[in-house]
Design a protein around this ligand. Structure first.
Ligand code: NAP
Ligand code: ZN
Ligand code: ZN
Length: 346
């Protein structure tokens, strides 16, 4: 075991604080990563605050991880010491079920092992990226292309893949009219990726505050959802609505914006259930769907796509000691557009 410095939540209601955590010895297929940067996802906040269910504390979160490989196990074939790599939301899955074999580890029929807060194969609770180092099976480790600035790469491992996967699945391209709801960590990546795929991109945000940024980052149109005219003007006009909002929405109002055969895909994850009227779906043969992160092969494809298209997240770099303040800014929709912890400050 190796002891490393980390930040952890001591309970669902206390601020995060410095701790030390243990990392396992290297197994034959494990790599040890010295973490350089960790992104701050809204899921970290939902989790530590117990909004998605009870947790075991203290808990170190963080599933947008980039760093350098410090050591490899005897049988590791796909990575070497010194490589620039990333780890996202999964650190294991069964590898045998139909979905795993098809490359959809995120839909493992046994449930994938989350990077934090999950029971690992050795019975311990996984601890995430707000820490100096992590030990991960090589299969769940991604290559970070040189073309992506390292200090901006971490958010791709969750915000990047979570938006890329549904955009790719619903064949976003020239001629596709995409609306991105919520312009935060996921939303701003959804805009950049959809624009790079050639779509006509509209941002639906609570206010006009972020309009200039959204247009500069690739959106073609921008509307405030606080203006009731928005929902009249945009009726029947999108092929795909990507909902990235962390709170419950009036889903019906958004479904009515879908054109014939349009889909509303939800990646935002408030814990509350939502209600949908069948008749809203009958109109225009609309679909209501969900999507979670992406498989390992697709995550590598997303990283390579971002390198090729010059895409990187917009980040605000923070010291580890600023994490609690950063959480408050995320909760007030004031992040521009992803906080990243400089792990050297731990
Ligand atoms: P974020 O940076 O906080 O962005 C969420 C955005 O939603 C905000 O910036 C805000 O955008 C909008 N919003 C927040 N509260 C709202 C409200 N009450 N009404 C309307 N809009 C509101 O969060 P994130 O890290 O992008 O994550 C977004 C959600 O996706 C979270 O629930 C997270 O857990 C989930 N998530 C899911 C997956 C998955 O695999 N499915 C992966 C990662 C994250 P505007 O200011 O533009 O209105
Ligand atoms: Zn996340
Ligand atoms: Zn599986």
């Amino acid at each position: 075991m190796t002891t490393v410095r980390a930040f952890a939540a001591p309970s669902a209601s206390d601020p995060l604080e410095p701790v030390t955590i243990e990392r396992r010895d290297l197994g034959p297929r494990d790599v040890r990563i010295d973490i350089a940067y960790a992104g701050v996802c809204h899921s970290d906040i939902h989790t530590v605050r117990g909004e998605w269910g009870p947790q075991t504390y203290p808990l170190t979160v963080g599933h947008e991880i980039v760093g350098t490989i410090a050591a490899v196990g005897a049988e590791v074939a796909s990575h070497a010491v010194g490589d620039r790599v990333g780890v996202g939301c999964m650190v294991n899955s069964c590898r045998e079920c139909e979905n795993c074999r098809a490359g959809f580890e995120q839909y493992c029929l046994d449930g994938f092992v989350d990077t934090y807060g999950a029971v690992d194969r050795d019975g311990t609770i996984t601890q995430g990226g707000y820490s100096q180092a992590v030990v991960v099976d090589e299969h769940f480790v991604l290559r970070v292309p040189e073309a992506i600035p390292f200090d901006r790469a971490a958010p791709l491992l969750c915000a990047g893949i979570t938006t890329y996967s549904p955009l790719a699945h619903w064949r976003t391209g020239p001629g596709t009219r995409v609306a991105v709801v919520g312009f935060g960590g996921l939303g701003h990546m959804g805009v950049k990726i959809a624009a790079a795929m050639g779509a006509e991109v509209t941002v639906l945000s609570q206010s006009l505050r972020k309009k200039d940024d959204a247009l500069a980052l690739g959106a073609d149109h921008y509307f405030a959802t606080s203006d009731p005219d928005t929902f009249r003007t945009l009726r029947n006009s999108f092929d795909l609505i990507l909902n990235t909002v962390s709170a419950p929405l009036d889903v019906e109002a958004y479904l009515r914006l879908l054109a014939l055969d349009g889909t509303m895909v939800n990646v935002g994850a408030p814990p509350e259930p939502v209600g949908v009227r069948m008749f809203t779906l009958f109109t225009n043969r609309r679909s209501f769907s969900g999507s979670t992160i992406g498989g390992i092969r697709e995550t590598q494809e997303m990283l390579d796509f971002c390198a090729e298209h010059g895409i990187a997240p917009e980040v605000e770099m923070i010291a580890a000691s600023e994490i609690n303040e950063a959480y408050e800014r995320v909760l007030s929709s004031d992040v521009r557009y992803r906080f990243v912890i400089d792990i050297a400050t731990l």
